[in-house]
Design a protein around this ligand. Structure first.
Ligand code: AAL
Length: 411
């Protein structure tokens, strides 16, 4: 049956009043929405990534000032702390390994041969005027004598400034990493100045969990902040191992930097991540969740610092980021975010020369800068970038077998 123009335009109007509009609404439109569109307005800080303060690309710059023995695997620097600014310059602390050989695995390790890249390590530090060229200052926390915590290796540190004093938290190994697993608790040293001297407490400040608990073997990546009037120390644990390891993030809080720390009853508080870095953001905490787990390559946000939700999905996140966070220790409820820091590249050349190098990353996860060039999301990489991620031998054999099966079935 023919319909009049009016009816057609009315039906079109009716139709178009139900259709999603051409101009993307800045606020959630009052209309029935799919789950994806509901999420686009409820899960993220803006319907477009460009306007999402917790979305960013990441740019990397090679650092100057660190020698790696021609990358022969005998010198490694990794797992940098947060960067702080004091005495007119930037400071960073990190795991420093300098051994006669590259890591040889737990079974081949001894008092001088490291089992892993962070075995037989110390905590060293460096300073910089600009964050690009660094001057290595030397050891901050050496390995203490047996039987003190960390006698085998002290690694993966982070810095806390509290009531005018400085505290370095670090993993304290009592056996070569890899004997059973990457097993260690966390210890702490303190100083009146970022240049030291550092006094070890020789005590475990974040203990391993009880037998059968998720964090019974490893307390990794200690990451302290001053938040909500307390010390909020986030950490990672490797658990399960069926043999596949699961890596998730926990939280422990304290009123005093030397403890006692109380582990949060909701631990793990982040269901993914390895070398995950956080920063105060608005009234909550944001997390750069890298590498492992269902929600790796995301930036997450928790208004309360505990209950994290995905705030953006990103690529090329810095691993083991030690961000420059001016309000990390100010007990802020208006966290401004970050724009740069140091991170690392592990296995920087080849496994038989296994070592890590420090690098600088830049981003726009800051409420105080508006770097549009950090907000692109239709990212493009050259073909050779993709071809570096090629099929392995087993995958090629599987495909060959599938081809043969198809050919023989059709003969
Ligand atoms: C890092 C961190 C911890 C682990 C090892 C060195 O990425 O998760 O420090 O123990 O790997």
């Amino acid at each position: 049956m023919a319909i009049s123009c009016t009816q057609r335009s009315e039906s079109k109007t009716t139709e178009s009043s139900r259709a999603f509009p051409f101009t993307l609404p800045k606020e959630k439109p009052d209309m029935p929405l799919s789950a994806a569109m509901e999420r686009n307005y409820s899960a993220y800080m803006a319907p477009r990534p460009e306007d999402n303060e917790l979305y960013s690309q990441f740019k990397y710059t090679e650092l100057k000032g660190f020698d790696y023995n021609n990358h022969d695997g005998t010198i490694s620097r990794r797992d940098p702390s947060k960067v702080i600014f004091a005495n007119g310059k930037y400071y960073v602390w990190y795991t420093y390994r300098n051994t006669p050989t590259p890591p040889q695995g737990a079974d081949n390790s001894n008092d001088t041969i490291p089992s892993s890249d962070w075995d037989l390590a110390e905590i060293w530090y460096a300073t910089s005027e600009d964050g690009f060229t660094w001057e290595e200052q030397g050891v901050a926390v050496p390995r203490p004598p047996k039987p003190h915590v960390g006698w085998r290796s002290v690694s993966t540190c982070d810095i806390l400034e509290w009531e005018g004093k400085y505290y370095l938290y670090y993993q304290g190994f009592m056996e070569a990493s890899g004997k059973r697993g990457d097993d260690c608790p966390v210890a702490v040293s303190y100083a009146d100045s970022p240049d030291g001297p550092w006094t070890p407490t020789h005590k475990v400040v974040i203990p391993n969990g009880a037998a059968g608990e998720w964090d019974q073997y490893s307390i990794h990546d200690p990451h302290p902040f001053v938040y909500r009037g307390k010390i909020y120390l986030y950490y990672k644990s490797d658990f399960d191992g069926d043999p596949r390891l699961v890596r998730m993030q926990g939280l422990a809080t304290a009123e005093d930097p030397l403890g006692p720390f109380t582990k949060h009853p909701l631990n793990p508080v982040i269901n993914s991540g390895h070398e995950t870095s956080l920063f105060p953001f608005k009234e909550g905490m944001a997390a750069m969740v890298t590498r492992d787990g269902n929600e790796h390559h995301t930036i997450q946000y928790a208004k309360d610092g505990v209950n994290f939700e995905i705030a953006s999905i990103v690529t090329l996140l810095p691993t083991a980021a030690g961000s420059f966070i001016p309000d990390a220790f100010t007990n802020t409820d208006n966290g401004r975010g970050i724009s740069w820091g140091l991170s690392h590249f592990t296995n920087a050349t080849s496994w038989d020369q296994n070592h890590a190098v420090l690098t600088r990353f830049d981003c726009d996860l800051s409420l105080d800068i508006d770097d549009y060039d950090m907000k692109h999301h239709n990212e493009y990489y050259k073909p050779e970038f993709y071809y570096q991620h090629s099929l392995n031998k087993k995958q090629k054999e599987r495909i060959e077998k599938a081809n043969q099966k198809l050919q023989s079935a059709t003969e």
